[in-house]
Design a protein around this ligand. Structure first.
Ligand code: FAD
Length: 467
């Protein structure tokens, strides 16, 4: 066993929240130790989440565009997939970024300790690995231990044909028939990838729409688009059981319109993620973990133990990398005596499906539930020259604003590159822009970003009819 290491700031977990917190604390002059279970930094997002999924979605986009353009006179031969090469291209991206993070840690003299960390007291953590056990004492700790894919216990979880998102990203093969359980962002992104590679896709979702939580008018264009491509999209339907058979996984469904039991070659379960709060012996540090495994924090990311902070997926929804990064900076700054606090007005959400769906701020569903008055401008991309020149006409940009002040309250868009467009809406909301500000800002023509200005002009009345 090595000597005890002491950290002014100990960070538990090397995902986007953890490495951001570690780097920021080190930049502010703190002596930092970062503990990570795996040999590489980057966490779920970089290694088995955001980045590998977007790499595979790029493959899917190329395939879909090539197929789609046949009707416009551009024909390519049928795509052939070299899964080994695609996998190594994807892994090359993550390892480039892993290397970058290791260099950034080294430059800042952040000590990275590899192993599984568990608290032993309010000022100490033990890290175990093949090399043995390492004791670390700390003045401040930032918990950034993230989350894990939810497993449904009675399902045959040890059967390799039953996948979680990490398994699905490995693309071991392309199943002929794939069932995606969960019509949320992660499930639909992976469905996009496997469909492009040739799987017959069925999606089953418990709620009455895909991507629950997003306004229906933004989801409908996506639903219509994938309905033409996928074999089934079953809403308000539950998976009752999955039985492993030699010839596949036999799935039984429940609900008013439950389909007959069906055999699938593979099933991807994407029903959400569970925070890792219960796995770090937080109780030994006196840190409260709630019944779902989340660690409650205040606006400065402080837990109930004032020198222990928590950030990212482990503190609550939305489980998104950019939220973890934002919180990581706050926690690090507070350990350095800054008066930082969580004061972001919104955290944007993006589904990188085809078409993409993105939204931020107040949704129309929330406005209705909470009785908040709003004016709405909704611009259909069928009237956008840029969208039509991409051969896409199903998109929509919508803005909600305060009827009294005109201030932007929320916005969303669906269509190619919606995930990029939502950034302008976030900036408008954060800067307190009103619909007139947005409408009067000159947007380059022809761009998809113009649709944001047009939606604003539909609110101010400078666009009354579509031309
Ligand atoms: P994590 O990234 O989960 O990192 C936690 C780290 O802590 C891990 O490296 C883990 O090994 C380590 N750890 C845990 N316990 C211990 C311990 N006891 N000792 C040592 N180390 C420990 N978000 C987006 O914003 N955009 C996307 O496009 C997006 N796509 C996604 C796609 C998929 C398939 C998945 C699964 C997720 C996606 N997410 C996306 C969500 C995003 O990955 C997470 O929100 C983000 O990674 C959370 O960051 P974090 O730092 O809180 O935790």
């Amino acid at each position: 066993m090595s000597d005890i290491i002491h950290a002014e700031v100990l960070v538990l977990g090397g995902g986007p929240g953890g490495y951001t917190a570690a780097f920021r604390a080190a930049d502010l002059g703190k002596q930092v130790v970062l503990v990570e279970k795996y040999p590489v930094l980057g966490g779920v997002c970089l290694n088995v989440g955001c980045i590998p999924s977007k790499a595979l979605l790029h493959v899917a986009q190329i395939v879909h565009e090539a197929e789609h353009f046949e009707q416009h006179g551009l024909t390519f031969s049928k795509p052939e997939f070299d899964l080994d090469k695609i996998r190594s291209w994807k892994e090359g991206i993550t390892s480039t970024l892993n290397g970058g993070l290791a260099r950034l840690a080294k430059q800042r003299k952040v000590t990275v300790v590899q192993g599984l960390g568990k608290f032993t007291s309010a000022n100490a953590l033990e890290v175990t690995s093949d090399a043995g056990a390492q004791q670390i004492t700390f003045d401040n700790a930032i918990i950034a231990a993230g989350s894990t894919a939810t497993k449904i216990p009675p399902f045959p979880n040890d059967d390799p044909r039953l996948m979680d998102s990490t398994d699905a990203l490995n693309i071991a093969d392309v199943p002929k028939k794939l069932l995606v359980v969960g019509g949320g962002i992660i499930g639909l992104e992976m469905a996009t990838v496997y469909h492009a590679m040739g799987s017959e896709i069925s999606v089953v979702e418990l709620m009455d729409q895909i991507i629950p939580g997003c306004d229906k008018d933004l989801v409908t264009p996506l639903h219509r688009h994938i309905k033409k491509q996928y074999k089934n999209i079953w809403l308000k339907t539950k998976v009752e059981s999955i039985v492993a058979q030699d010839d596949g996984l036999l799935v039984t469904f429940g609900g008013d319109k439950a389909p007959e039991p069906e055999l699938f070659d593979k099933v991807l379960v994407a029903v959400g993620r569970k925070p890792n709060g219960a796995l770090i012996d937080a109780d030994k540090a006196g840190v409260h973990v709630n019944e779902w495994g989340f660690i409650p924090v205040d606006k400065q990311q402080k837990t109930n133990v004032p020198h222990i902070y928590a950030i990212g997926d482990i503190v609550g929804q939305p489980m998104l990398a950019h939220k973890a990064v934002y919180e990581g900076k706050i926690a690090a700054e507070v350990t350095a005596g800054h008066k930082s606090a969580f004061d972001a007005l919104t955290i944007p959400s993006v589904a990188y499906t085809d078409p993409e769906v993105a939204w931020m701020g107040l949704t129309e569903n929330q406005a209705k539930e909470q009785g908040i008055a709003y004016d709405k401008g909704a611009f259909p991309w069928a009237a956008s020259g840029r969208s039509l020149s991409l051969s896409r006409n199903e998109g929509l940009t919508k803005i909600l604003c305060d009827p009294e002040t005109g201030r932007i309250l929320g916005a969303g868009m669906v269509g190619p590159n919606a995930g990029e467009l939502v950034a302008e809406a976030v900036l408008a909301l954060e800067m307190g822009a009103d619909a007139e500000d947005v409408g009067l800002s000159i947007h380059a023509h022809p761009t998809l970003s113009e649709t944001f200005a047009f939606a604003a002009e539909m609110i101010t009345g400078t666009i009354t009819d579509l031309y």
